[in-house]
Write a protein that binds this ligand. Structure first.
Ligand code: GLU
Length: 367
């Protein structure tokens, strides 16, 4: 069976490392990339939405600028290389996806963009809209402006965060190795691990023996960290080799990290890590809709307390007490104006293009 098939994984993120995209001379591995574009097109035809997290900007730019150490000798070099390489990288993606009749879109993000809840929600909405439109978002870290302290630094963890923001069910890390081994895979007797249910100290220790191609900044440690982030958000993560043609169409060997149960993970995140800034009171009908997994619409809301901004955590209270927590799509004053009003009325009331819900179901956890 195909890895992360469209019927059970309607939305996936594919991360492609520098060593797969760029050859030893610093040129694009065009034929291989065309194969990836064909794979993505086949999945799109089968109804799957695919976003790509693509490395390679630094490696491509370094060659164009003639920089030593693949452009990684200093932060300034890396940033100059990234700025130069990114434009070529985006162009290449637009071409290879275009060759398959697909439209590419570019998003460059910094760590802060996904850590700040408001910016996270915006990135999430943009990704969602692009995917709905059938576009293939191609995402990379905005290496040219991110400073050392606020960088992801590797696209493995970036891919996991993007998956969370995009509401994807799976992340594929295409690597130069087909998964995790219990010791250095070059050693005799090294055993491949196909499935990991829990990332414990033993698994983390195995990561230290993994490979690093030398071109990107990934390696197995950042892949395990990515699996941890993805798993905590209810997203499955697979590591598989990109050292073959059409890796997304073949059922090649891989390691899969099984996520923590989705609802529990979201609930833990929302209920545990953040404190609520306000309360939205809802009627019994709205409680029923929420329990069925729907978004909170203004029509079912009857009261609001507290001071919160868009993106802040709020508690939803029904007639019998708190029922859910979620990230507000509107600030408290806006919610007050929208109470009990149907979505179609929102634009007339607020004077600008509204969000469909007060709290989207993707950003809500039932208590
Ligand atoms: N963002 C970097 C680039 O485009 C790659 C980071 C990584 O190696 O994972 O070159």
């Amino acid at each position: 069976m195909m890895l992360f098939p469209p019927d059970t994984f309607p939305r996936i993120i594919v991360k492609i490392g520098s060593a797969l995209l760029v050859d030893a001379e610093g040129g694009v591995r065009r034929a291989w990339l065309e194969g990836i574009a064909a794979d993505i097109a086949a999945r799109a035809r089968a109804g799957q939405q695919v976003a790509v997290v693509s490395s390679g900007a630094i490696a491509l730019g370094a060659r164009r600028l003639g920089l030593a150490k693949g452009g990684r000798a200093s932060l300034e070099d890396a940033q100059a290389a990234a700025a130069t390489g990114q434009i070529a990288l985006g162009h290449t993606w637009a071409e290879v996806l275009g060759g398959e009749g697909l439209t590419a879109a570019q998003i460059l993000v910094t760590l802060d963009d996904l850590e700040d809840r408001r910016r996270y929600l915006n990135a999430s909405a943009t990704l969602g809209r692009l995917l709905q439109l059938g576009v293939v978002p191609v995402i990379n870290e905005n290496d040219s402006v991110a400073t050392a302290e606020i960088r992801f630094g590797d696209n493995d963890r970036l891919a996991a965060r993007v998956a969370q923001a995009a509401g994807a069910q799976g992340v594929v890390l295409l690597s130069d190795i087909d998964g995790l081994y219990d010791r250095n895979p070059a050693q005799p007797g090294a055993r491949h691990i196909a499935r990991i249910e829990r990332i414990d100290a033993k698994i983390a220790a195995m990561a230290d023996t993994g490979s690093a191609s030398g071109m990107g900044s990934g390696g197995m440690v950042s892949k395990i960290e990515a699996a941890r982030i993805a798993g905590g958000a209810g997203v499955a993560l697979a590591i598989t080799s990109g050292r073959i043609e059409r890796p997304l169409s073949t059922d090649a060997r891989h390691t899969i990290f099984v996520p923590v149960k989705r609802a529990r993970a979201r609930k833990a995140w929302l209920a545990g890590r953040l404190t609520a800034k306000g309360v939205i009171a809802v009627d019994a009908g709205a409680v029923k809709a929420l329990v069925e997994g729907r978004s909170l619409l203004a029509a079912g809301a009857s009261g609001v307390t507290g001071r919160f901004a868009r993106g802040d955590v709020v508690t939803i209270e029904g007639p019998d007490g708190a029922v859910a927590r979620g990230l507000a799509e509107y600030d408290a004053a806006e919610v007050a104006r929208l109470l009990g009003r149907r979505s179609e009325e929102h634009e007339a009331i607020l004077g600008y293009a509204p969000r469909a819900a007060l709290i989207h179901r993707n950003h809500m956890a039932l208590l």
